[in-house]
Design a protein around this ligand. Structure first.
Ligand SMILES: C[S@@+](CC[C@H](N)C(=O)[O-])C[C@H]1O[C@@H](n2cnc3c(N)ncnc32)[C@H](O)[C@@H]1O
Length: 227
C-alpha cells in the first residue's frame, strides 16, 4: 500500500461514524449538512438515475463507505451490487447496516483496495462517489478502474471535486490539515484521463457544491466523443 493509500484509509477509518451521520442526522445538524454538503445527497440521486438509464444492470460501487449508495440502489431495485471498501471501520458499519436491511442477499461487501483488487469479472455499471478526489493522479486511477468496467458496453459514473472560489480554498485546507489532501479536477483533466483510460465517450456535468458528475462510456454514443 502506498503512503497515499495509507493516509486515505486511516482518514476514513477514524471518521467512519461521523461520515455516516451525514446520511442519518435529522436534527439541526442534518439540516446544516444538507446546506453545507449538498453534493453528498445529489450524487446519490444521480447514481440512481444513471442505474435506471443504463437498464438496471449489476453494479460495482468503489469506495462504498458505509454502503449507503449500495443500499439506495437496492431500494431502487438493483438485483446485485458489489461494494468495495478498504477502511475497516467503514466496513464494520456497512456490514451492520446491510445485515439490518432487507437487501443482504443482493449486496456483496468486499474489504479490499480497488486499485489492486483482482476480481474474475467486469461490471456493466461501475460507480465511485466521493472517492477519486483523494488521489493525486486521476489518470492512473482511471486507467486501473477501466479494467473493472465491461469492455463492450460498460459505463462508469463518478464524482470529482471542482475548484470554486467559494468552497475550494477552505476545502483544500481542511483536508490537508487532516492529513488527507484532496485534488481538484478540470473538464480538461477529466476528459484526458477518460480518453487515456480507453473510454469512447464522456459526459461531464455540474454535480453541485464544487463537484463534477462524470459519466464515461466504453461504447454508447452519448456525451462527447473522445478521439
Ligand atoms: C467520501 S467516502 C464516500 C463513501 C461512499 N461512496 C458514499 O458516497 O457514501 C470515500 C470512501 O472511499 C474509500 N476508498 C478510498 N480509496 C479506496 C480504495 N483504493 N479502495 C477501497 N476504498 C477506498 C474510503 O475509505 C472512503 O470510505
Amino acid at each position: 500500500m502506498t503512503d497515499e493509500h495509507a493516509h486515505i484509509r486511516s482518514y476514513f477509518d477514524t471518521g467512519a461514524a461521523a461520515f455516516d451521520r451525514l446520511y442519518t442526522s435529522q436534527s439541526w445538524r442534518g439540516a446544516l449538512d444538507r446546506v453545507l454538503r449538498p453534493s453528498v445527497y445529489r450524487r446519490l440521486e444521480l447514481a440512481v438515475e444513471l442505474y435506471r438509464e443504463v437498464g438496471r444492470p449489476d453494479i460495482l460501487d468503489l469506495g462504498s463507505g458505509t454502503a449507503r449508495t449500495a443500499l439506495a440502489l437496492c431500494d431502487a431495485g438493483a438485483r446485485a451490487v458489489t461494494a468495495i471498501e478498504f477502511a475497516p471501520a467503514m466496513v464494520v458499519q456497512a456490514r451492520a447496516l446491510v445485515a439490518a436491511s432487507p437487501h443482504a442477499d443482493r449486496l456483496t461487501l468486499v474489504e479490499a483496495d480497488f486499485l489492486t483488487w483482482q476480481p474474475d469479472r467486469r461490471w456493466p455499471l461501475v460507480l465511485a462517489l466521493g472517492v477519486f478526489e483523494y488521489f493525486r493522479d486521476l489518470r492512473a486511477v482511471l486507467a486501473r478502474v477501466a479494467a473493472l468496467v465491461d469492455a463492450v458496453d460498460g459505463t462508469l459514473g463518478f464524482t470529482v471535486r471542482r475548484f470554486t472560489a467559494l468552497r475550494g480554498p477552505v476545502r483544500a485546507a481542511r483536508y490537508r490539515l487532516a492529513g488527507c489532501p484532496i485534488y481538484f479536477a478540470t473538464r480538461r483533466s477529466i476528459t484526458r484521463a477518460c480518453r487515456d483510460a480507453g473510454f469512447a465517450h464522456v459526459d461531464i456535468r455540474d454535480g453541485g457544491a464544487g463537484s463534477y458528475w462524470v459519466v464515461a462510456r466504453v461504447g454508447s454514443p452519448r456525451g462527447e466523443r473522445l478521439e
